[in-house]
Design a protein around this ligand. Structure first.
Ligand code: 3HC
Length: 295
């Protein structure tokens, strides 16, 4: 275990709840902050389900699950995170929102506390600069589903100290993850390569190159990917992908990051994928059925 003992997590959506789950089961006292008890109840339900799967498969002793759940607490008050040794932020990809939280905590946390953002595409430097601890600010980018995906990108921006980077790297390892070092470039390593691929899959649908299930099947069986790109989009969330694409397009001004019109329309219609029950597939039925997009 690293020198970190108490972990704070901002946000309990897909990513935040996954991060909280792995931190608590790795032995850290973990305090999650979100805006309502109702959101947390849903997140905690998801964590319990995930842990139950690990126990069922013999991958986690039931006693470790129980101990992990005991280490997991919740608050709606951001200031309660003031005693944490590291704060991981996983709220919506909105710089203003993130920086408001960072500014509040910057005045409350001790100097040694590390601030780490799970942003997928925003610049770490833009958050670090909003605090008086730009040297203790780092990116820790996890992958969905967090309890299963081994990778964490540890992002060192221009102001991050070598000590902070090493502590964050060791912390990621202590969670049982495989960290890689990445530069503070929008999208880091994975999204720099993954996002154009996902957007191209939507462009392939727009052009009628193949049907939604055939595009998925082609990439699954032709390349050995665990999920086809449109299933993966539903899994990651179309709204999340749209936001990431907009941020990356603004950063690079390259066509390959431009969100395709179909993605925008689906997000406008609330078809955000699994989280809203419908995206390229309809999840109200089992197995999920392809949605008629009128193309
Ligand atoms: N917790 C615990 N166990 C889980 C779980 C969870 N949340 N979700 C699934 N599992 C278990 C299942 O029970 C199953 O166990 P078994 O093999 O022992 O029966 C196993 O994991 C596999 O699950 P499934 O059979 O349901 O489905 P798959 O074989 O397709 O595996 C997957 C699921 C691991 C999600 C796999 O499909 C996969 O790797 N997909 C790609 C995911 C990916 O690319 N993620 C990155 C997205 S990009 C991102 O996150 C970055 C962001 O910035 C956008």
């Amino acid at each position: 275990m690293s020198d970190i003992k108490r972990v704070g997590v901002l946000g309990s959506g897909l990513m935040g709840s996954g991060i909280a789950q792995v931190a608590a089961t790795a032995g850290y006292d973990t305090l999650v902050r979100d805006v309502s008890q109702q959101i947390w109840d849903k997140a905690r339900g998801g964590i319990e389900k995930s842990l139950a799967k690990f126990v069922e498969k013999g991958k986690l002793p039931a006693a470790d699950r129980d101990a992990g759940l005991k280490r997991l607490r919740f608050t709606t008050t951001t200031a309660d995170l003031k005693g944490c040794d590291i704060v991981l932020e996983a709220v919506t990809e909105d710089l203003e929102l993130k920086n408001a939280l960072w500014k509040e905590l910057d005045g409350l946390c001790p100097p040694a506390t590390i601030f780490a953002s799970n942003t997928s595409s925003l610049t770490i430097a833009a958050m670090a600069a909003a605090t008086r601890r730009a040297d203790r600010f780092v990116g820790l980018h996890f992958f969905n589903p967090v309890p299963l995906m081994p990778l964490v990108e540890v992002v060192r921006t221009v102001t991050t100290s070598a000590d902070t980077f090493q502590r964050a790297f060791a912390f990621a390892k202590s969670l049982g993850k495989e960290p890689v070092a990445a530069k503070d470039n929008s999208g880091f390593i994975v999204n720099l390569l993954l996002v154009p691929y996902l957007l191209d899959a939507i462009r392939a649908v727009e052009r009628g190159v193949g049907s939604v299930p055939d595009i998925d099947k082609a990439m699954q069986l032709g390349c050995g990917y665990p999920m086809g790109p449109l299933t993966l989009l539903d899994f990651v969330g179309l709204d999340t992908t749209y936001k990431i694409a907009e941020i990356m397009f603004t950063e690079y001004r390259e066509q390959r990051y431009a969100p395709p019109p179909l993605l925008k329309r689906m997000v406008l219609a609330g078809m955000n994928g699994r989280k809203t029950g419908k995206g390229f597939y309809d999840y109200a039925v089992d197995p999920p059925r392809v949605v008629d997009l009128g193309l």
